[in-house]
Design a protein around this ligand. Structure first.
Ligand code: AMP
Length: 276
Protein backbone atom coordinates (compact mmCIF):
# COMPACT_ATOMS: atom_id res chain seq x y z
CA UNK A 1 0.00 0.00 0.00
CA UNK A 2 1.21 3.42 -1.02
CA UNK A 3 0.78 6.52 1.15
CA UNK A 4 0.20 9.73 -0.80
CA UNK A 5 -0.22 13.32 0.42
CA UNK A 6 -1.44 15.44 -2.47
CA UNK A 7 -3.75 15.53 -5.45
CA UNK A 8 -1.01 15.10 -8.07
CA UNK A 9 0.28 11.98 -6.33
CA UNK A 10 -3.14 10.38 -5.91
CA UNK A 11 -4.06 11.05 -9.55
CA UNK A 12 -0.77 9.53 -10.72
CA UNK A 13 -1.33 6.50 -8.47
CA UNK A 14 -4.83 5.70 -9.79
CA UNK A 15 -4.23 6.60 -13.45
CA UNK A 16 -5.20 3.81 -15.84
CA UNK A 17 -5.84 1.30 -13.07
CA UNK A 18 -9.49 0.49 -13.78
CA UNK A 19 -12.44 0.82 -11.44
CA UNK A 20 -11.49 3.15 -8.55
CA UNK A 21 -13.22 2.83 -5.17
CA UNK A 22 -12.88 5.54 -2.53
CA UNK A 23 -13.44 5.12 1.21
CA UNK A 24 -13.66 8.51 2.95
CA UNK A 25 -12.64 8.45 6.64
CA UNK A 26 -11.30 10.54 9.48
CA UNK A 27 -9.21 7.65 10.78
CA UNK A 28 -9.10 5.93 14.20
CA UNK A 29 -10.24 2.82 12.41
CA UNK A 30 -12.66 0.30 13.85
CA UNK A 31 -14.60 -2.53 12.21
CA UNK A 32 -17.08 -0.02 10.75
CA UNK A 33 -14.33 1.61 8.67
CA UNK A 34 -12.76 -1.73 7.84
CA UNK A 35 -16.08 -3.09 6.53
CA UNK A 36 -16.11 -0.22 4.01
CA UNK A 37 -12.51 -0.91 2.92
CA UNK A 38 -13.25 -4.62 2.49
CA UNK A 39 -16.38 -3.86 0.44
CA UNK A 40 -14.34 -1.53 -1.77
CA UNK A 41 -11.68 -4.24 -2.17
CA UNK A 42 -14.32 -6.77 -3.27
CA UNK A 43 -15.93 -4.40 -5.80
CA UNK A 44 -13.07 -2.34 -7.26
CA UNK A 45 -9.71 -2.66 -9.05
CA UNK A 46 -8.02 0.01 -6.97
CA UNK A 47 -8.99 1.03 -3.45
CA UNK A 48 -8.18 4.51 -2.16
CA UNK A 49 -8.70 5.22 1.56
CA UNK A 50 -9.03 8.91 2.35
CA UNK A 51 -7.69 9.70 5.83
CA UNK A 52 -8.22 13.30 6.88
CA UNK A 53 -9.54 14.80 10.12
CA UNK A 54 -11.44 17.58 8.38
CA UNK A 55 -11.33 20.65 10.63
CA UNK A 56 -14.19 22.44 8.85
CA UNK A 57 -16.79 19.85 9.84
CA UNK A 58 -16.11 20.15 13.59
CA UNK A 59 -18.34 22.70 15.27
CA UNK A 60 -16.69 22.18 18.68
CA UNK A 61 -12.98 23.01 19.04
CA UNK A 62 -12.54 20.49 21.89
CA UNK A 63 -14.02 17.70 19.72
CA UNK A 64 -11.46 18.44 16.98
CA UNK A 65 -8.56 18.81 19.42
CA UNK A 66 -9.41 15.53 21.18
CA UNK A 67 -10.23 13.53 18.04
CA UNK A 68 -8.23 10.26 18.16
CA UNK A 69 -5.42 10.08 15.58
CA UNK A 70 -3.01 7.23 14.83
CA UNK A 71 -1.96 7.19 11.19
CA UNK A 72 0.54 4.36 11.62
CA UNK A 73 -2.07 2.00 13.08
CA UNK A 74 -4.68 3.08 10.50
CA UNK A 75 -2.22 2.51 7.64
CA UNK A 76 -1.46 -1.02 8.86
CA UNK A 77 -5.19 -1.86 9.17
CA UNK A 78 -6.03 -0.37 5.76
CA UNK A 79 -3.23 -2.39 4.16
CA UNK A 80 -4.46 -5.58 5.88
CA UNK A 81 -7.93 -4.99 4.42
CA UNK A 82 -6.49 -4.67 0.92
CA UNK A 83 -6.31 -0.91 0.39
CA UNK A 84 -3.93 0.10 -2.42
CA UNK A 85 -3.53 3.76 -1.57
CA UNK A 86 -3.83 5.70 1.67
CA UNK A 87 -4.47 9.31 0.76
CA UNK A 88 -3.61 11.30 3.89
CA UNK A 89 -3.23 14.97 2.95
CA UNK A 90 -2.26 17.81 5.28
CA UNK A 91 -4.75 20.55 6.13
CA UNK A 92 -2.69 22.90 3.93
CA UNK A 93 -2.92 20.50 0.98
CA UNK A 94 -6.72 20.38 1.23
CA UNK A 95 -7.25 24.05 2.09
CA UNK A 96 -4.35 26.01 0.59
CA UNK A 97 -4.04 29.74 1.17
CA UNK A 98 -6.82 31.57 -0.63
CA UNK A 99 -9.30 28.69 -0.42
CA UNK A 100 -12.72 30.38 -0.64
CA UNK A 101 -15.38 27.92 -1.78
CA UNK A 102 -18.07 26.23 0.31
CA UNK A 103 -20.65 23.70 -0.87
CA UNK A 104 -23.94 24.01 1.00
CA UNK A 105 -26.87 21.66 0.58
CA UNK A 106 -30.30 23.04 1.53
CA UNK A 107 -33.14 21.07 3.07
CA UNK A 108 -31.74 17.73 4.15
CA UNK A 109 -28.62 19.41 5.60
CA UNK A 110 -30.61 21.96 7.63
CA UNK A 111 -32.37 19.67 10.12
CA UNK A 112 -31.25 17.44 13.05
CA UNK A 113 -27.41 17.24 12.92
CA UNK A 114 -27.41 20.27 10.61
CA UNK A 115 -29.47 22.34 13.04
CA UNK A 116 -27.49 21.27 16.12
CA UNK A 117 -24.03 21.43 14.54
CA UNK A 118 -23.87 24.70 12.60
CA UNK A 119 -21.54 24.46 9.61
CA UNK A 120 -21.06 20.70 9.98
CA UNK A 121 -22.65 19.64 6.69
CA UNK A 122 -21.14 22.54 4.74
CA UNK A 123 -17.77 21.21 5.94
CA UNK A 124 -18.74 17.65 4.98
CA UNK A 125 -20.20 18.55 1.56
CA UNK A 126 -17.21 20.72 0.67
CA UNK A 127 -14.59 18.15 1.62
CA UNK A 128 -16.49 15.29 -0.04
CA UNK A 129 -16.87 17.34 -3.25
CA UNK A 130 -13.13 18.02 -3.13
CA UNK A 131 -12.11 14.42 -2.55
CA UNK A 132 -14.42 13.15 -5.31
CA UNK A 133 -12.83 15.68 -7.69
CA UNK A 134 -9.32 14.83 -6.52
CA UNK A 135 -9.65 11.05 -6.85
CA UNK A 136 -12.43 10.69 -9.44
CA UNK A 137 -13.72 7.36 -8.08
CA UNK A 138 -16.38 5.29 -9.80
CA UNK A 139 -17.79 4.31 -6.40
CA UNK A 140 -17.49 5.86 -2.93
CA UNK A 141 -18.35 3.84 0.17
CA UNK A 142 -20.15 5.31 3.17
CA UNK A 143 -21.58 3.84 6.38
CA UNK A 144 -25.29 3.93 7.29
CA UNK A 145 -24.22 5.04 10.78
CA UNK A 146 -24.02 8.62 9.47
CA UNK A 147 -27.40 8.43 7.74
CA UNK A 148 -27.85 12.17 7.33
CA UNK A 149 -24.35 12.49 5.88
CA UNK A 150 -25.34 9.88 3.29
CA UNK A 151 -28.50 11.82 2.42
CA UNK A 152 -26.54 15.08 2.12
CA UNK A 153 -23.82 13.48 -0.04
CA UNK A 154 -26.40 11.80 -2.31
CA UNK A 155 -28.22 15.12 -2.76
CA UNK A 156 -24.95 16.94 -3.59
CA UNK A 157 -23.73 14.26 -6.01
CA UNK A 158 -27.07 14.33 -7.86
CA UNK A 159 -27.31 18.13 -7.89
CA UNK A 160 -23.72 18.71 -9.07
CA UNK A 161 -23.75 15.86 -11.64
CA UNK A 162 -20.79 14.17 -9.98
CA UNK A 163 -20.35 10.80 -11.70
CA UNK A 164 -19.55 8.78 -8.56
CA UNK A 165 -21.95 6.08 -7.33
CA UNK A 166 -22.59 6.25 -3.58
CA UNK A 167 -22.61 2.82 -1.93
CA UNK A 168 -23.93 2.55 1.64
CA UNK A 169 -23.03 -0.27 4.03
CA UNK A 170 -24.81 -1.36 7.21
CA UNK A 171 -23.89 -0.14 10.70
CA UNK A 172 -21.29 -2.35 12.39
CA UNK A 173 -22.01 -2.80 16.09
CA UNK A 174 -20.29 -4.08 19.20
CA UNK A 175 -21.61 -7.39 20.59
CA UNK A 176 -23.95 -5.47 22.94
CA UNK A 177 -25.40 -3.39 20.11
CA UNK A 178 -23.49 -0.11 20.55
CA UNK A 179 -22.70 1.30 17.10
CA UNK A 180 -18.94 1.40 16.59
CA UNK A 181 -17.60 4.95 16.63
CA UNK A 182 -14.19 6.55 16.91
CA UNK A 183 -15.65 8.53 19.82
CA UNK A 184 -16.56 5.41 21.87
CA UNK A 185 -13.03 5.37 23.35
CA UNK A 186 -14.00 8.51 25.27
CA UNK A 187 -16.72 6.68 27.26
CA UNK A 188 -15.78 5.65 30.80
CA UNK A 189 -16.94 2.15 31.90
CA UNK A 190 -20.23 3.41 33.36
CA UNK A 191 -20.98 5.54 30.29
CA UNK A 192 -20.05 2.66 28.01
CA UNK A 193 -22.57 0.42 29.81
CA UNK A 194 -25.32 3.06 29.72
CA UNK A 195 -24.66 3.81 26.03
CA UNK A 196 -26.17 0.42 25.10
CA UNK A 197 -29.56 2.09 25.72
CA UNK A 198 -29.29 3.83 22.34
CA UNK A 199 -29.51 0.63 20.35
CA UNK A 200 -31.93 -0.93 22.86
CA UNK A 201 -34.30 1.98 22.36
CA UNK A 202 -34.07 1.76 18.58
CA UNK A 203 -34.63 -2.02 18.52
CA UNK A 204 -37.62 -1.74 20.84
CA UNK A 205 -39.12 0.83 18.46
CA UNK A 206 -38.50 -1.52 15.54
CA UNK A 207 -40.12 -4.38 17.46
CA UNK A 208 -43.14 -2.15 18.07
CA UNK A 209 -43.40 -1.48 14.31
CA UNK A 210 -43.24 -5.22 13.68
CA UNK A 211 -46.01 -5.59 16.26
CA UNK A 212 -48.21 -3.14 14.32
CA UNK A 213 -47.42 0.27 15.86
CA UNK A 214 -47.48 2.98 13.16
CA UNK A 215 -47.56 6.20 15.21
CA UNK A 216 -44.19 8.00 15.03
CA UNK A 217 -44.79 9.87 18.30
CA UNK A 218 -45.34 6.59 20.14
CA UNK A 219 -42.15 5.12 18.63
CA UNK A 220 -40.10 8.18 19.55
CA UNK A 221 -41.45 8.00 23.11
CA UNK A 222 -40.37 4.34 23.38
CA UNK A 223 -36.82 5.31 22.45
CA UNK A 224 -36.82 8.34 24.80
CA UNK A 225 -38.01 6.15 27.69
CA UNK A 226 -35.25 3.60 27.12
CA UNK A 227 -32.68 6.41 27.14
CA UNK A 228 -34.20 8.03 30.22
CA UNK A 229 -33.98 4.69 32.08
CA UNK A 230 -30.22 4.82 31.46
CA UNK A 231 -30.02 8.45 32.60
CA UNK A 232 -29.51 9.74 29.06
CA UNK A 233 -31.34 12.78 27.65
CA UNK A 234 -31.62 12.65 23.87
CA UNK A 235 -30.79 15.72 21.80
CA UNK A 236 -33.35 14.36 19.34
CA UNK A 237 -35.20 11.20 18.47
CA UNK A 238 -36.58 11.70 14.97
CA UNK A 239 -38.82 9.54 12.81
CA UNK A 240 -38.05 10.60 9.25
CA UNK A 241 -38.00 9.84 5.55
CA UNK A 242 -34.55 8.29 4.82
CA UNK A 243 -33.92 10.47 1.73
CA UNK A 244 -35.44 13.87 2.51
CA UNK A 245 -35.15 13.65 6.33
CA UNK A 246 -38.62 15.15 6.55
CA UNK A 247 -40.63 14.05 9.58
CA UNK A 248 -42.94 11.08 9.21
CA UNK A 249 -46.07 10.93 11.39
CA UNK A 250 -47.47 7.56 10.40
CA UNK A 251 -45.18 4.73 9.26
CA UNK A 252 -46.31 3.75 5.75
CA UNK A 253 -43.02 2.76 4.05
CA UNK A 254 -39.29 2.48 4.78
CA UNK A 255 -38.61 4.98 7.57
CA UNK A 256 -35.58 5.94 9.62
CA UNK A 257 -35.52 6.44 13.36
CA UNK A 258 -32.45 8.55 14.15
CA UNK A 259 -31.14 9.88 17.43
CA UNK A 260 -28.35 11.87 18.98
CA UNK A 261 -27.53 11.86 22.68
CA UNK A 262 -24.75 12.88 24.99
CA UNK A 263 -23.51 10.13 27.25
CA UNK A 264 -21.42 12.04 29.76
CA UNK A 265 -19.45 14.46 27.60
CA UNK A 266 -19.49 12.22 24.51
CA UNK A 267 -22.00 12.89 21.78
CA UNK A 268 -23.21 9.74 20.01
CA UNK A 269 -25.56 9.17 17.07
CA UNK A 270 -27.37 6.04 15.94
CA UNK A 271 -30.28 5.04 13.73
CA UNK A 272 -32.35 2.11 12.58
CA UNK A 273 -34.53 1.48 9.54
CA UNK A 274 -38.07 0.33 10.08
CA UNK A 275 -40.76 -0.65 7.61
CA UNK A 276 -44.38 -1.68 8.08
P1 AMP B 1 -15.60 8.74 10.13
O1 AMP B 1 -14.17 8.31 10.16
O2 AMP B 1 -16.26 8.70 11.46
O3 AMP B 1 -15.83 10.01 9.38
O4 AMP B 1 -16.36 7.61 9.31
C1 AMP B 1 -15.92 7.25 8.03
C2 AMP B 1 -16.96 6.37 7.40
O5 AMP B 1 -17.14 5.21 8.21
C3 AMP B 1 -18.35 7.05 7.29
O6 AMP B 1 -18.94 6.72 6.05
C4 AMP B 1 -19.09 6.44 8.43
O7 AMP B 1 -20.49 6.40 8.23
C5 AMP B 1 -18.52 5.04 8.47
N1 AMP B 1 -18.74 4.44 9.76
C6 AMP B 1 -18.43 4.94 10.98
N2 AMP B 1 -18.85 4.12 11.96
C7 AMP B 1 -19.45 3.07 11.35
C8 AMP B 1 -20.08 1.88 11.81
N3 AMP B 1 -20.20 1.60 13.10
N4 AMP B 1 -20.57 1.03 10.88
C9 AMP B 1 -20.47 1.30 9.57
N5 AMP B 1 -19.88 2.39 9.07
C10 AMP B 1 -19.38 3.27 9.94
Amino acid sequence: MKIVRDVAAVRAAVAGSGRVGLVPTMGAFHEGHLSLIRAARAACDVVVVWLFVNPTQFNEKSDLAGYPRDEERDAALAAECGADILFAPSVAAVYPAGFATTVTVAGVADVLEGALRPGHFAGVATVVAKMLNMVGPEVAFFGAKDAQQVAVVRRMVADLDIGTRIEVLPIVREADGLAMSSRNVRLDPDERRRATALHRGLTSARAAVTGGERDAAVLARLVQDELADAGIAAEYVAVIDPDSFEPVEIIAGPTLIALAARVGATRLIDNIEVAP
